[in-house]
Design a protein around this ligand. Structure first.
Ligand SMILES: [Mg+2]
Length: 245
Protein backbone atom coordinates (compact mmCIF):
# COMPACT_ATOMS: atom_id res chain seq x y z
CA UNK A 1 0.00 0.00 0.00
CA UNK A 2 1.29 3.45 -0.87
CA UNK A 3 2.34 5.91 1.79
CA UNK A 4 -0.49 8.24 0.79
CA UNK A 5 -2.98 5.53 1.69
CA UNK A 6 -1.37 4.94 5.10
CA UNK A 7 -1.45 8.69 5.74
CA UNK A 8 -5.13 8.79 4.77
CA UNK A 9 -5.98 5.99 7.20
CA UNK A 10 -4.07 7.81 9.94
CA UNK A 11 -6.00 10.98 9.12
CA UNK A 12 -9.33 9.18 9.41
CA UNK A 13 -8.35 7.68 12.79
CA UNK A 14 -7.17 11.03 14.14
CA UNK A 15 -10.29 12.76 12.88
CA UNK A 16 -12.56 10.07 14.31
CA UNK A 17 -10.81 10.30 17.69
CA UNK A 18 -11.42 14.02 17.71
CA UNK A 19 -15.16 13.26 17.63
CA UNK A 20 -15.10 11.10 20.80
CA UNK A 21 -15.69 13.98 23.29
CA UNK A 22 -18.68 15.11 21.28
CA UNK A 23 -20.01 11.57 21.06
CA UNK A 24 -19.66 11.04 24.83
CA UNK A 25 -21.42 14.33 25.54
CA UNK A 26 -24.19 13.36 23.17
CA UNK A 27 -23.69 16.38 20.99
CA UNK A 28 -22.05 14.64 18.08
CA UNK A 29 -23.62 14.60 14.72
CA UNK A 30 -22.46 12.56 11.83
CA UNK A 31 -20.82 15.49 10.08
CA UNK A 32 -17.51 15.20 11.86
CA UNK A 33 -17.25 11.50 11.09
CA UNK A 34 -18.35 12.01 7.52
CA UNK A 35 -15.82 14.81 7.17
CA UNK A 36 -13.09 12.47 8.33
CA UNK A 37 -13.96 9.84 5.76
CA UNK A 38 -14.37 12.45 3.05
CA UNK A 39 -10.62 12.95 3.18
CA UNK A 40 -10.02 9.31 2.32
CA UNK A 41 -8.82 8.79 -1.25
CA UNK A 42 -11.08 5.82 -1.86
CA UNK A 43 -9.76 5.26 -5.35
CA UNK A 44 -6.32 4.47 -4.04
CA UNK A 45 -7.58 2.09 -1.40
CA UNK A 46 -10.09 0.35 -3.61
CA UNK A 47 -7.31 -0.72 -5.94
CA UNK A 48 -5.27 -1.97 -3.03
CA UNK A 49 -3.10 1.11 -2.92
CA UNK A 50 -0.95 -0.34 -5.64
CA UNK A 51 1.33 1.99 -7.55
CA UNK A 52 -1.58 2.99 -9.72
CA UNK A 53 -0.86 5.77 -12.14
CA UNK A 54 -4.57 6.45 -12.52
CA UNK A 55 -5.19 8.13 -9.20
CA UNK A 56 -6.62 11.58 -9.46
CA UNK A 57 -4.35 14.02 -11.23
CA UNK A 58 -4.50 17.67 -12.15
CA UNK A 59 -4.24 17.78 -15.90
CA UNK A 60 -3.46 21.03 -17.70
CA UNK A 61 -4.31 21.30 -21.39
CA UNK A 62 -3.08 24.01 -23.71
CA UNK A 63 -5.50 25.28 -26.37
CA UNK A 64 -3.74 26.58 -29.49
CA UNK A 65 -2.29 23.81 -31.64
CA UNK A 66 -2.90 21.36 -28.82
CA UNK A 67 -6.60 21.06 -28.06
CA UNK A 68 -7.43 23.42 -30.92
CA UNK A 69 -6.41 23.42 -34.58
CA UNK A 70 -4.94 26.92 -34.57
CA UNK A 71 -3.14 26.29 -37.86
CA UNK A 72 -6.39 25.63 -39.73
CA UNK A 73 -7.90 28.90 -38.54
CA UNK A 74 -4.74 30.76 -39.49
CA UNK A 75 -4.68 29.37 -43.03
CA UNK A 76 -8.43 29.91 -43.49
CA UNK A 77 -8.28 33.57 -42.44
CA UNK A 78 -5.13 34.26 -44.45
CA UNK A 79 -6.81 32.92 -47.60
CA UNK A 80 -9.77 35.25 -47.00
CA UNK A 81 -7.95 38.42 -46.02
CA UNK A 82 -4.50 38.06 -47.59
CA UNK A 83 -4.63 35.67 -50.54
CA UNK A 84 -1.48 37.34 -51.90
CA UNK A 85 0.62 35.76 -49.12
CA UNK A 86 1.68 32.19 -49.95
CA UNK A 87 0.83 29.79 -47.17
CA UNK A 88 3.35 27.39 -45.72
CA UNK A 89 3.36 23.63 -45.99
CA UNK A 90 3.59 21.66 -42.73
CA UNK A 91 7.26 20.82 -43.28
CA UNK A 92 7.99 24.57 -43.56
CA UNK A 93 6.67 25.18 -40.05
CA UNK A 94 9.88 25.07 -38.07
CA UNK A 95 9.27 27.62 -35.33
CA UNK A 96 6.51 27.84 -32.77
CA UNK A 97 6.16 31.57 -33.55
CA UNK A 98 4.52 31.12 -36.93
CA UNK A 99 5.33 34.60 -38.29
CA UNK A 100 9.04 33.84 -38.07
CA UNK A 101 8.61 31.07 -40.65
CA UNK A 102 7.38 33.57 -43.23
CA UNK A 103 9.56 35.89 -45.33
CA UNK A 104 10.29 39.13 -43.45
CA UNK A 105 8.13 41.21 -45.81
CA UNK A 106 5.04 39.29 -44.66
CA UNK A 107 5.83 39.28 -40.96
CA UNK A 108 3.54 42.17 -39.94
CA UNK A 109 0.65 40.94 -42.11
CA UNK A 110 0.88 37.47 -40.64
CA UNK A 111 1.09 38.81 -37.10
CA UNK A 112 -2.03 40.94 -37.56
CA UNK A 113 -4.32 38.19 -38.84
CA UNK A 114 -5.04 36.90 -35.34
CA UNK A 115 -6.78 40.20 -34.58
CA UNK A 116 -9.57 39.49 -37.06
CA UNK A 117 -12.90 38.98 -35.33
CA UNK A 118 -13.80 35.31 -35.24
CA UNK A 119 -10.24 34.06 -35.58
CA UNK A 120 -10.25 32.43 -32.15
CA UNK A 121 -13.89 31.54 -31.74
CA UNK A 122 -14.18 29.67 -35.03
CA UNK A 123 -11.19 27.43 -34.45
CA UNK A 124 -11.87 23.73 -34.80
CA UNK A 125 -10.97 21.25 -32.10
CA UNK A 126 -8.20 18.83 -32.95
CA UNK A 127 -9.40 15.32 -33.61
CA UNK A 128 -10.73 13.64 -30.45
CA UNK A 129 -9.63 16.60 -28.29
CA UNK A 130 -13.08 17.36 -26.91
CA UNK A 131 -13.69 13.69 -26.18
CA UNK A 132 -10.31 13.42 -24.45
CA UNK A 133 -10.78 16.27 -21.99
CA UNK A 134 -14.28 15.03 -21.16
CA UNK A 135 -12.86 11.56 -20.56
CA UNK A 136 -10.25 13.02 -18.21
CA UNK A 137 -12.95 14.71 -16.18
CA UNK A 138 -15.28 11.72 -16.14
CA UNK A 139 -12.44 9.51 -14.90
CA UNK A 140 -11.98 11.69 -11.84
CA UNK A 141 -9.15 14.00 -12.82
CA UNK A 142 -9.12 17.75 -12.40
CA UNK A 143 -8.83 19.32 -15.82
CA UNK A 144 -7.95 22.92 -16.66
CA UNK A 145 -7.49 24.56 -20.02
CA UNK A 146 -4.44 26.79 -19.72
CA UNK A 147 -3.92 29.21 -22.55
CA UNK A 148 -1.88 32.31 -23.29
CA UNK A 149 -3.77 35.22 -24.84
CA UNK A 150 -2.15 36.55 -28.01
CA UNK A 151 -0.31 39.75 -27.00
CA UNK A 152 -1.21 41.31 -30.37
CA UNK A 153 -4.93 41.19 -29.57
CA UNK A 154 -5.25 40.32 -25.91
CA UNK A 155 -8.83 41.52 -25.36
CA UNK A 156 -10.31 39.90 -28.46
CA UNK A 157 -8.32 36.72 -27.96
CA UNK A 158 -9.29 36.30 -24.33
CA UNK A 159 -12.95 37.04 -25.04
CA UNK A 160 -13.16 34.62 -27.96
CA UNK A 161 -11.34 31.88 -26.08
CA UNK A 162 -14.04 32.03 -23.43
CA UNK A 163 -16.66 31.88 -26.15
CA UNK A 164 -14.90 28.92 -27.76
CA UNK A 165 -14.91 27.00 -24.50
CA UNK A 166 -18.64 27.63 -24.04
CA UNK A 167 -19.40 26.71 -27.66
CA UNK A 168 -17.39 23.51 -27.69
CA UNK A 169 -17.52 22.25 -24.12
CA UNK A 170 -20.40 23.99 -22.41
CA UNK A 171 -20.77 26.90 -20.03
CA UNK A 172 -19.67 24.83 -17.03
CA UNK A 173 -16.18 24.62 -18.53
CA UNK A 174 -15.66 28.38 -18.24
CA UNK A 175 -14.51 27.85 -14.68
CA UNK A 176 -11.83 25.49 -16.01
CA UNK A 177 -10.20 28.08 -18.27
CA UNK A 178 -6.99 29.73 -17.05
CA UNK A 179 -5.51 32.52 -19.17
CA UNK A 180 -1.87 33.31 -18.45
CA UNK A 181 1.27 34.17 -20.36
CA UNK A 182 3.36 32.17 -17.90
CA UNK A 183 2.22 28.59 -17.35
CA UNK A 184 5.01 27.87 -14.87
CA UNK A 185 2.88 29.78 -12.34
CA UNK A 186 0.15 27.15 -12.56
CA UNK A 187 0.17 24.02 -10.40
CA UNK A 188 -0.62 20.64 -11.88
CA UNK A 189 0.73 17.17 -12.56
CA UNK A 190 0.97 17.26 -16.33
CA UNK A 191 0.71 19.85 -19.09
CA UNK A 192 -0.11 18.94 -22.66
CA UNK A 193 1.34 21.72 -24.81
CA UNK A 194 2.88 22.19 -28.24
CA UNK A 195 5.27 24.97 -27.22
CA UNK A 196 8.92 23.98 -26.62
CA UNK A 197 9.63 26.96 -24.35
CA UNK A 198 6.53 26.58 -22.21
CA UNK A 199 8.76 25.31 -19.41
CA UNK A 200 10.51 28.69 -19.25
CA UNK A 201 9.02 31.20 -16.85
CA UNK A 202 9.24 32.78 -13.45
CA UNK A 203 8.92 29.46 -11.63
CA UNK A 204 10.32 25.97 -11.95
CA UNK A 205 7.39 23.98 -13.37
CA UNK A 206 5.99 21.33 -11.07
CA UNK A 207 4.07 19.70 -13.91
CA UNK A 208 5.53 17.34 -16.47
CA UNK A 209 5.45 18.79 -19.96
CA UNK A 210 4.14 16.47 -22.63
CA UNK A 211 4.34 17.68 -26.21
CA UNK A 212 1.35 17.62 -28.46
CA UNK A 213 3.21 16.93 -31.67
CA UNK A 214 3.49 19.70 -34.23
CA UNK A 215 6.08 20.04 -37.01
CA UNK A 216 8.05 22.66 -35.06
CA UNK A 217 8.48 20.56 -31.92
CA UNK A 218 9.40 17.23 -33.50
CA UNK A 219 13.13 17.89 -33.14
CA UNK A 220 12.86 17.96 -29.34
CA UNK A 221 13.39 14.52 -27.83
CA UNK A 222 13.83 15.49 -24.19
CA UNK A 223 10.15 15.22 -23.26
CA UNK A 224 7.33 12.71 -23.80
CA UNK A 225 4.78 13.43 -26.50
CA UNK A 226 1.50 12.38 -27.97
CA UNK A 227 0.66 12.56 -31.66
CA UNK A 228 -3.07 12.19 -31.15
CA UNK A 229 -5.53 12.74 -28.31
CA UNK A 230 -6.50 9.10 -28.17
CA UNK A 231 -3.11 8.55 -26.44
CA UNK A 232 -3.67 10.85 -23.46
CA UNK A 233 -3.89 8.01 -20.91
CA UNK A 234 -0.54 6.57 -21.97
CA UNK A 235 1.14 9.95 -21.54
CA UNK A 236 -0.47 10.42 -18.13
CA UNK A 237 0.73 7.00 -16.99
CA UNK A 238 4.26 7.61 -18.22
CA UNK A 239 4.49 11.06 -16.67
CA UNK A 240 3.11 9.72 -13.39
CA UNK A 241 5.73 6.98 -13.25
CA UNK A 242 8.46 9.55 -13.87
CA UNK A 243 7.17 11.67 -10.98
CA UNK A 244 6.91 8.67 -8.68
CA UNK A 245 3.19 8.09 -9.01
MG1 LIG B 1 -0.19 26.08 -27.94
Amino acid sequence: MRWESWMSILWVLVSACSCIPAILSGSADTLCIRAAFAALPLTGLMNGGAASTRTKKTILVDMDNTLVDWEESFNRHMKIHHPEVPLLQPHQRQQWHHAKDFPPEHFDTVEAITGVAGFWRTMRPNDYGIEAVKEMLSEGHDVFLVSAPDPNCTDLCAYEKVQWVVDQLGVEWKQRLILTRDKTLIRGDILFDDKPTVVDGLMEPIWRHVFFTQPYNKRFDDRPRIDKWQDWRRALDEASVEKGG
